[in-house]
Design a protein around this ligand. Structure first.
Ligand SMILES: CC(C)(COP(=O)(O)OP(=O)(O)OC[C@H]1O[C@@H](n2cnc3c(N)ncnc32)[C@H](O)[C@@H]1OP(=O)(O)O)[C@@H](O)C(=O)NCCC(=O)NCCS
Length: 169
């Protein structure tokens, strides 16, 4: 019998390549058929290794879930960006590589990010998801998120609805 270690830790500059490829795989798998192809391509190519390296080095909060020696997923989070919403913090992104979805890793990454934010004094939190990303919407509901706001975002010539889920202290 062998044991595979699972660890969630702050991303290091050396993780930039793995986080970029996780982002690439997860975004293509999640948004194909939702975000128009050329727009999705732009969103993915903008976020290569150099972008992640810069974000990690400048101290953005990026955490990674490492399964054995592979980065299975990441979360990035910090202060809430939407001034219209009165929540302290926000998880900006939470993504797992497709082969690691559905086995509890999303909950672990979410819980770890939430704990980190609460420990920094940010007690309430919001997360936005595209309404068409039904698995994510169901995931945030399963984790106790309350839908508190709706908005929309333009991707090329397509406008997509999004929903904000919130967690109070
Ligand atoms: C969304 C995502 C982060 C969820 O992580 P995950 O590891 O697949 O989910 P978990 O296995 O941790 O599930 C946690 C809970 O949510 C529920 N859940 C997860 N996905 C679900 C779905 N599609 N439908 C219904 N419930 C779901 C699980 O049943 C589980 O509930 P339980 O703990 O009460 O049994 C992951 O699937 C992912 O990376 N998806 C693609 C990227 C994405 O959409 N990210 C969010 C962008 S806003």
């Amino acid at each position: 019998m062998s044991t595979t270690l699972i660890e969630i830790r702050r991303a290091r500059a050396a993780d930039a390549t793995a986080v970029a490829s996780t982002h690439d795989e997860a975004w293509r798998a999640t948004y194909r058929g939702i975000i128009p192809g050329p727009e999705l391509e732009k969103l993915v190519s903008r976020r290569g290794e150099a972008w992640w390296d810069g974000a990690i080095r400048k101290g953005s909060r990026v955490s990674v879930l490492v399964f054995g020696d592979s980065v299975a997923g990441y979360a990035n989070y910090g202060r809430n960006r939407a001034r219209s919403l009165t929540y302290d913090s926000e998880i900006y992104e939470l993504y797992l590589r497709p082969e690691y979805q559905g086995v509890g890793f999303g909950r672990r990454l979410f819980t770890s990010a939430r704990r980190d934010l609460v420990q920094s004094g940010m007690k309430s939190m919001v997360i936005w998801a595209l309404s068409d990303n039904e698995p994510a919407v169901r995931f945030y509901r399963a984790l106790g998120g309350q839908p508190v706001a709706r908005s929309s975002e333009k991707f090329g010539d397509k406008t997509l609805d999004k929903v904000a889920f919130a967690w109070k202290a």
